[in-house]
Design a binder for this molecule. Structure first.
Ligand code: V47
Ligand code: SF4
Length: 370
């Protein structure tokens, strides 16, 4: 395989060096990371698949999960977001805890293993409100893993409760919080961040919240929103910050590149990057993030067909059954307006790509091989 890539006459000296380093599983520096985007897609697929195979063999993970989005009312106004509304604005929602518990009761006597809870940053709801919410969810589904609240929501709710970050995270853990999803990272570069989401927690704050969570025993996920105003070097710098935090804590479960979707938001004029660019981003993530075991293609955002192809570009996880419980991506123009996949559908999608489907829990413990 390596000879196949190295024999290409189009490869520059730098690209040959990078290819050899990847096969020897040596860490790439920033310059080499940026250069990855200039490889052709086929070569990137081979390199990323080689590394993925070393880590995961042919396993592809999924889980049985559903989302709760308590509200889309948000104090912020991120330019890429199609989802947020102001209080009393048309299309806004704010579910009460009772509304949420009613939804949760639908999953009694099912084998769903995870609930993913994120929403807008509500002006009046604080840590105690959300803490009670998760405590009551666990009363109904004691075995469920609660993966909840982006770093941006946490920053706001913990400040509102006048607690230190560490106190707030420990309190939420006591209420039943098991892990933290990857949202809110967007792009860490301060100049780009200023243009797409200037008001909310900055990149350093996001990293600090995740590091503190890892240090108090709460694992987290990481994301990057790409395909808007950023350049390639901003993407690699973002990945480098995640890689160095992972070196310190090993607290990240997975990385999820999120491609900007353009419908109904203030950045619509930019358009969307094409599928090939999306596949490159998965491969580059797998290659550059050498200390992350898992790279996730979030199928409700990408669509089923692209998620399936991504499995040949370093991806080993496609998220879960979802059960038509999230609106973030359908409101931004995703193809699946009512995202839901049954277990047999997920298994078939993975097997058709020549891989072995594995049902996992949130922490990647194996529940069942299919
Ligand atoms: O932070 C919002 C992104 C994120 C758009 O941890 C958009 O398992 C593209 O983080 N186009 C929230 N992206 C969702 C998120 C997530 C999703 C799935 C799994 C996990 C996980 C986490 O959604 C936001 C933002 O980066 N987002 N609007 C948009 N128009
Ligand atoms: Fe609010 Fe999150 Fe949308 Fe930003 S991305 S406006 S924080 S809901």
């Amino acid at each position: 395989m390596i000879q196949e890539i190295l024999s290409s006459e189009q490869l520059t000296t730098l690209q040959k060096r990078i290819t050899k380093k990847v096969f020897l599983q040596e860490r790439l520096n920033l310059e080499e990371g940026i250069e990855l985007f200039n490889f052709d897609l086929g070569a990137l697929g081979i390199l990323a698949s080689h590394l993925n195979h070393k880590k995961n063999n042919d396993k592809v993970f999924f889980n049985k999960n559903f989302h709760i989005e308590p509200t889309n009312i948000c104090v912020y106004d991120c330019k890429f977001c199609s989802y947020h509304r102001k209080v009393n604005q048309e299309d806004s929602w704010e579910f009460s805890i009772d509304d949420i518990l009613k939804k949760v009761k639908n999953y009694i006597n099912t084998d769903v293993s995870e609930v993913h809870i994120v929403g807008g940053v509500h002006p009046t709801r604080d840590l105690y409100y959300y803490g009670e919410m998760i405590r009551k969810i666990k009363e109904i589904l004691p075995g469920i893993h609660i993966k909840a609240f982006t770093a941006v929501e946490l920053d706001f709710m913990i400040k509102k409760a006048n607690m230190s970050l560490e106190e707030g995270l420990l309190k939420l853990k006591e209420y039943g919080l098991d892990s933290i999803p990857g949202g809110g990272a967007e792009i860490f570069d301060p100049e780009i961040r200023k243009q797409i989401c200037h008001e909310k927690s900055d990149g350093n704050k996001w990293l600090h919240i995740h590091e503190t969570a890892h240090n108090v025993g709460i694992p987290t996920n990481a994301t990057m929103l790409y395909g808007h105003l950023e350049e390639k070097h901003h993407r690699i710098e973002h990945l480098e910050k995640l890689r160095s935090l992972q070196d310190r804590t090993n607290g990240f479960n997975t990385f999820i590149p999120l491609k900007f979707k353009k419908v109904n938001n203030s950045l619509s004029y930019i358009g969307e990057v094409n599928t090939l660019e999306g596949l490159k981003m998965f491969a580059v993530s797998r290659i550059f993030l050498d200390n992350f075991d898992h790279i996730k293609a979030y199928w409700p955002m990408l669509g089923k067909d692209v998620s399936q192809i991504s499995l040949s570009f370093g991806v080993d996880d496609i998220d879960g059954t979802i059960d038509d419980s999230t609106k973030i991506y359908s409101m931004a123009g995703a193809k699946d307006q009512k995202p839901a996949m049954t277990t047999p559908e997920l298994v078939k999608l993975i097997k058709e790509a020549g891989k072995n489907p594995v049902e996992r829990d949130t922490l990647y413990n194996i529940i069942r091989n299919y």
